[in-house]
Design a protein around this ligand. Structure first.
Ligand SMILES: [Zn+2]
Length: 744
């Protein structure tokens, strides 16, 4: 047993220290793995050693080539053939119950698009990516032109206005300059700061724009960053970032079945009524196509912060630049296919670890997602081999190849909605890998209860640099922090185990349904690096072999890491959840919210109106002390449980019946963070700790935070009560588990 306590420490420090102490325990007795008895730790170490020896760089490359050989967007013939390929491979590898599930969803396909500047001069946009001699795949005639998923069809001739990043404050600035975008076409750039293109589209739609053009400025991912493809990893002149503009931050999945699965025959709402279906024309541009528009614009010069990387002076634009835009889409119901396979658990077949990666790509998907798909195929090969050699996991591991992630997280959402009840009863956790690697920097994401086990797992893997993955991760996190500091985004230094894993989980990939709708703990794994060809035709096999992961060593490491993490969850005697870690994370969220609230209030105090005074009165009635007390109680309960379970495990004496009831109880904790009504205005998003902003950015305590930011104090009060009740529910549960664990 290895419990940490020190009378002079504050609670916060104690929580951090207990994490560190846990890690020290691991070092002290090399055989002891969190959640395992000494005997089963030894067995687990053997299983993991065997597992890690199976994936090879050659096989990773071979699989990667198969998936990147042709474009395979959702709904395409090629993508459906790849579903059949995966199913056949999995059967050969020894996976069980392999099945392809069909969902009939609202899909999106481009038919044609044209953009022509008709004043002050004539320019016909290329809307295509230039083939490159170095990269044979770039000459594939099946590469699509410029398109954005879920754009509507239409034709318009109108002036173009530059609206910077296309966020609401950008339109405020235009208004201040007397520029309205009503009926006009807005030209916006992808980043600065980054926001999801769907939010840019919704904002333009709300502003009454006739269409939106979104281009890649060289300042963000092009020559201002470094050498461009094929000489470097950054985006070249003709690079087009495709993508969907679905409003899946309101509700993801098939827009016509919000909250239920699109199984054949399911009820469908009319598309006009679908909250997540855009009602605006949208097209992406390379900087090559955006430059003629930008350099011909009139109106006031754009502010310094709006200037981009092109060697021109950016203007806001009034009437001078006129374009004719025509987009023809084929949006309608089409089948998407999710491939599902499993390795049935030897002891506990009704406890599930779910793994997933999406298969659909905008073009070849070199990084996104085929690097992930290749690592999944090597992971399943290794799992199959372990099973054949008699090392079947104790719990069931389910692996899924999702479809239509790029369109609206569609396949995973429909699957999660279809099996929500069963998942709530059986699922331990979901582990997502989307882009496995675009470089060497590890980024690990986990709900805070699983952060310590993820960190422990990385200690047992070797990074290609020769260090442990844990050491490499810390170094990458420190570098990132240093860069953040330089750009003024962060100010504290040092990376401890307590802050190593990213516990702020937004949306933007297939974990969303599992965390926010089903209430499952999630983990997300990724290696990243300099990557300027995202969602373009250049994100392909050649790019990966020259820049992303030459030698496929990070692919191999990802298969190992993903598999070992899954095996630890699948084989643990007691599930390695750390609720004290969860509590200290929630405390951080609440502290930040309280700070945010006082910032908002100081603004209100400054405005001195009667309404402001009233708002301040109401705000003072939002008292968070009840929530804070509930967090302290939850943390104490979590610490007691950590100690009791560590003691039980160390003793090696664990009654299987008791273990099952403890594990079942621990699985319930994440479910208890769900509010069945969802967060205000977005009933599909049910998790009260994690959510996403409309930009996809992470949003902690979503219901409460949004209410505070809107200064809607009655709702804030109600959301705080919901949070407090959930904390109390989980404290009670964890205390009960602790009582059961400590009974003689
Ligand atoms: Zn992806």
């Amino acid at each position: 047993m290895c419990a940490a306590s020190h009378p002079n420490m504050t609670r916060k420090h104690a929580a951090l220290f207990s994490l560190a102490a846990l890690s020290l325990c691991t070092i002290a007795s090399a055989q002891s793995i969190q959640g395992f008895t000494p005997a089963s730790s030894t067995r687990e170490a053997q299983v993991e050693t065997k597992f890690k020896s199976i994936p090879t760089p050659d096989e990773e490359l071979r699989q990667h080539r198969i998936f990147t050989a042709e474009p395979h967007v959702a709904g395409s013939k090629r993508n459906n053939e790849l579903a059949d390929y995966i199913a056949a491979e999995w059967r050969k590898q020894g996976l069980e119950d392999v099945i392809i599930r069909r969902y009939d969803v609202y899909g999106t396909n481009p038919k044609s698009a044209s953009l022509e500047m008709i004043a002050p001069t004539h320019y016909q946009a290329a809307l295509r990516e230039a083939p490159l001699d170095a990269d044979p795949d770039s000459k594939n005639p099946a590469i699509s032109g410029a398109w954005l998923g879920m754009s509507i069809s239409g034709e318009v001739t109108a002036p173009v206005v530059y609206a910077h990043s296309g966020n609401p404050e950008d339109y405020d600035l235009l208004r201040k300059n007397g520029i309205s975008v009503k009926g006009k076409i807005v030209l916006v750039r992808y980043s600065n700061p980054y926001s999801y293109r769907g939010f840019k589209a919704l904002t333009a739609q709300r502003e009454g724009a006739a269409a939106i053009l979104i281009y890649s400025d060289p300042a963000e991912d092009g020559y201002k960053k470094g050498k461009v493809y094929p000489d470097g990893p950054w985006g070249p002149e003709y690079k087009i970032q495709r993508g969907a503009i679905t409003y899946d931050f309101i509700v993801p999945g098939d827009p016509q079945t919000p909250g239920w699965a699109s199984v054949p025959g399911a009820k469908r709402i009319p598309i006009e009524q679908a909250a997540s279906a855009p009602k605006i024309m949208a097209l992406p541009l390379s900087w090559h196509d955006a430059k003629p528009l930008l350099e011909n614009m009139d109106g006031p010069p754009a502010p310094e912060s709006w200037q981009g990387g092109l060697p021109i002076r950016y203007h806001l634009g009034r009437e001078r630049v006129k374009v004719h835009l025509k987009i023809e889409m084929e949006n309608g119901t089409q089948p998407y296919y999710v491939v599902e396979g499993r390795v049935r658990g030897a002891d506990l077949p009704d406890e599930w670890i779910v793994l997933g990666n999406h298969r659909d790509a905008w073009v070849f998907g070199g990084v996104d997602p085929s690097s992930g798909t290749a690592t999944m195929m090597e992971l399943t090969r290794a799992l199959g081999q372990l099973t054949k050699e008699g090392m079947r996991p104790r719990r069931t591991i389910i692996v899924c190849s999702w479809d239509g992630e790029e369109i609206g997280l569609t396949g995973s959402t429909e699957w999660g909605e279809q099996f929500a009840d069963e998942l709530r009863a059986k699922a331990v956790a979901y582990i997502n890998v989307d882009e496995a690697t675009s470089g060497p920097n590890f980024h690990g994401q986990a709900v805070a209860s699983l952060a310590p086990m993820l960190i422990e797992t990385t200690r047992t893997l070797q990074d290609p640099s020769g260090k442990s993955l844990y050491t490499a991760w810390k170094a990458a996190a420190a570098r990132e922090k240093e860069e953040g500091k330089q750009s003024g985004q962060m100010n504290d230094s040092g990376v401890s185990d307590g802050t190593l894993a990213d516990t702020r989980i937004g949306s933007g990939s297939d974990h969303t349904v599992f965390l926010n709708f089903v209430g499952m703990p999630v983990i997300g794994l990724q290696f990243d690096g300099d990557y300027g060809v995202y969602h373009s035709g250049y994100d392909d096999f050649y790019w990966m072999n020259h820049f992303g992961d030459p030698g496929y060593r990070y692919h191999t490491l990802m298969s190992q890491l993903w598999g070992v993490t899954a095996l630890r969850l699948a084989n643990a005697d007691l599930l390695p959840f750390d609720f004290a870690s969860y509590a200290s994370n929630i405390r951080q969220f609440v502290d930040e919210l309280a700070k945010n609230k006082s910032v908002i209030l100081s603004g209100v105090a400054g405005s001195r109106s009667e309404a402001a005074a009233e708002s301040k009165d109401l705000a003072s009635s939002l008292d968070l002390t009840g929530v804070e007390k509930a967090i302290n109680a939850f943390e104490a309960a979590g610490q007691h449980l950590n100690e009791s379970l560590a003691g039980k495990l160390a003793s090696g004496q664990l009654d299987p019946k008791l273990a099952t009831s403890l594990n079942r109880g621990m699985m319930q904790v994440e479910r208890n963070w769900l509010n069945p009504d969802g967060i205000p205005g977005r009933p599909w998003f049910k998790h009260i700790l994690y959510g996403a902003r409309f930009t996809y950015a992470h949003l902690e305590l979503p219901g409460l935070t949004e209410a505070v930011e809107a200064q809607d104090w009655p709702t804030a009060k109600q959301q705080a009560e919901i949070l407090q009740r959930a904390l109390e529910r989980n404290t009670k549960l964890v205390n009960e588990l602790n009582a059961a664990a400590t009974q003689p």
